[in-house]
Design a binder for this molecule. Structure first.
Ligand code: ADP
Length: 453
């Protein structure tokens, strides 16, 4: 097992990793930017080291500084968390060449799954269903039109290098395709430095369902069930839950098997998530694989009672996965609300000093946060400041617990999206579990006060 892990991240996930390391008896090193010197991850790590100015490309994304910090402190492994360098194959390679273990998959797996059109080809060969679409990137509009006509409208244009919902454009007709093509290419180029675009059938009103995987270096792969992540705004998840109301045991089994096939096809090892779209007729389609721990891993931990970050570290250190598929038991229901420092109505970020801070507790409530009273939320990073996770015997109890927790979450000095969460939790469609990826658009129509469109 590792002796010392450097955490190349900040905020709640850095703390989450510190928790796991402490339980495993591993020392930790926090790296921080000048804007984060008063952060909790700095306080709770065994050692800390400043790696540069506030802007992330000069600190949390600056590979030489992070590697230097690991070498100076003698860390034998680096945990990248999510975001920043978590899916940067080059970073994983640099770690390897410096004799430091990257706590995640092999660099070639990050690269393979990071190119979405290559990932599609790879999984298709193993008969994992993918959304009908082009074989790879398409560079001319004539070919794009032919393909769209074959597949049938509506279609969606996607950036091969895409992520975070950027570079995606829907076209309902050939005329729309014509103008969206250039827009998508330009957007992809400016976001990812790569303008390759591919085409997919646009699935109308799907659910976003993802399967959590754990795979070791010896070919053992298990899945830990699904997460329902259909509640999104601008393709950013807001609320996640597990299990999904849309899945029965049979569908769970076949989606789980498909996800496992993705991992075993490439010899993947680490935690990972396979994302699917599920249509109204229960057809599911591979969308992409995320080769890191995800924000919403907490709901899976809630219903399986398995510590995913500890498992991820153990696997990276070469331990064998002792869990078998039959050992995975799903108990109750878990929901996560992402609490952002932003205006609930306008979605404008709301950085600043937190004057009062009281987190709720009680049965079934877990709070993952790095915020505290007196902490100043810096304007430079993601606005998520806390995750509230409610677990209950069933969905109804989980919702009730989440509601009372959010009502008793005292956070003064900055604005948060807690009021938005509370409205969603009372929305009739949410309560009935009638969700799809357009839920928020419809919600804004039903609740005009929150509408910004
Ligand atoms: P990113 O990696 O940029 O987040 P994804 O491929 O994961 O992009 O897609 C993000 C979201 O976009 C999905 O959750 C879904 O809501 C929507 N989406 C993506 N592909 C399709 C499709 N073929 N049909 C319908 N919706 C889609």
């Amino acid at each position: 097992m590792f002796k010392k892990v450097l955490i190349a991240n900040r905020g709640e996930i850095a703390l989450r990793i510190i928790n796991a390391c402490r339980e495993l008896g591993i020392k930790t090193v926090a790296v921080y930017s000048e804007a984060d010197k008063n952060s909790l991850h700095v306080k709770f790590a065994d050692e800390c080291i400043c790696i540069g100015p506030a802007h992330s490309y000069k600190s949390y994304l600056h590979i030489p500084s992070i590697i230097a910090a690991a070498e100076i402190t003698g860390a034998d492994a680096i945990h990248p968390g999510y975001g920043f360098l978590a899916e940067n194959a080059q970073f994983a390679e640099v770690c390897k060449s410096c004799g430091i273990t990257f706590i995640g998959p092999e660099p070639n797996h990050i690269r393979l799954m990071g190119d979405k059109s290559v990932a599609r080809q790879t999984v298709m060969k193993r008969n994992v269903p993918i959304v009908p679409g082009s074989k790879g990137g398409v560079s001319d509009i004539k070919r794009m039109k032919e393909l769209a006509a074959e597949i049938g409208y509506p279609v969606i244009l996607k950036a091969s290098a895409g992520g975070g919902g950027k570079g995606m454009r829907v076209a309902w007709s050939e005329e729309e395709l014509q103008c969206q093509f250039e827009t998508a290419k330009n957007e992809a180029f400016s976001a990812f430095g790569n303008d390759e675009i591919y085409l997919e059938k646009y699935i109308v009103n799907p659910r976003h369902i993802e399967i959590q995987l754990v795979a070791d270096k010896f070919g053992n792969v298990v899945h830990l069930g699904e997460r329902e992540c259909s509640i999104q705004r601008n393709h950013q998840k807001i609320i996640e839950e597990a299990p999904s109301a849309a899945l029965n045991d049979e569908l769970r089994k076949s989606m789980g098997q498909a996800a496992k096939k993705v991992a075993s096809t490439i010899g993947y090892s680490s935690v990972g998530t396979v994302e699917f779209l599920l249509d109204n007729e229960n057809n599911f389609y591979f969308m992409e694989m995320n080769t890191r721990i995800q924000v919403e891993h907490t709901v899976t931990e809630g219903i399986t009672d398995i510590d995913l970050v500890k498992l991820q570290i153990e696997i990276a250190s070469g331990e064998q996965l002792l869990l078998k598929q039959k050992d995975i038991k799903i108990t109750g229901h878990a929901i996560e609300c992402r609490i952002n420092a932003e205006d609930s109505k306008t979605f404008m970020p709301s950085p600043g000093k937190i004057e009062a801070f009281h987190t709720p507790g009680g049965p079934g409530i877990r709070i993952d946060t790095a915020a505290y009273a007196g902490y100043t939320v810096p304007p430079y990073y993601d606005s998520m400041i806390a995750k509230v996770i409610a677990h209950g015997r069933d969905r109804k109890e989980a919702i009730a617990r989440m509601k009372r927790a959010l009502e008793m979450f005292l956070l003064e000095g900055i604005k948060t999206n807690i009021p938005l969460h509370l409205r969603i939790l009372e929305d009739e469609f949410f309560v009935k579990g009638q969700l799809n990826t357009h839920f928020m658009e419809e919600f804004f129509k039903r609740h005009a006060v929150f509408s910004t469109e």
